[in-house]
Design a protein around this ligand. Structure first.
Ligand code: SF4
Ligand code: SF4
Length: 128
């Protein structure tokens, strides 16, 4: 399960994610993080069965969490199988099948947004 975690840096430089890993014993995969002097935002992946535990502990530490059931929405009707998204995606979310039709492995997406900008037919929409 993917979670978007937002935390304020006003509380200091507490390592929220590391603290939650230590407190819960749940291994957290950080897929993307953006941190500035005011706040931080991280996209993390946690095992489905531990999602609630991780969320509760993070929120107790002052972070907000948002569950992401979808990452990128793919509109097959708009797609012209041009392959622009295949070359630009850093996570290999896209590929062609043997009939040269696009296949999408949404679970690998880290919400960088590059494919949405690259698609000439508006067939891809980030689910933020
Ligand atoms: S948002 Fe980024 S990681 Fe996700 S499918 Fe698009 S290019 Fe790939
Ligand atoms: S860039 Fe858009 S139109 Fe081209 S293959 Fe990807 S989803 Fe389809």
């Amino acid at each position: 399960m993917k979670l978007m975690v937002t935390f304020s840096r006003k509380r200091g430089r507490e390592p929220v994610i590391a603290q939650v890993v230590r407190d819960t014993g749940v291994l957290i995969n950080v897929e993307r993080a953006q941190i500035d002097s005011h706040e931080g935002e991280a996209l993390i992946e946690v095992p489905d069965e531990s999602c609630q535990l991780v969320r509760e502990r993070m929120e107790a530490l002052g972070a907000t969490t948002r569950r992401l059931d979808r990452t990128i929405l793919y509109d097959r009707d708009e797609c012209v199988d041009c392959g622009a998204c295949i070359s630009i995606c850093p996570q290999d979310v896209f590929a062609f099948d043997p009939e040269w039709q696009l296949v999408v492995e949404e679970g690998k997406c880290v919400l960088c947004g590059k494919c949405q900008l690259a698609c000439p037919h508006g067939a891809l929409t980030l689910q933020l």
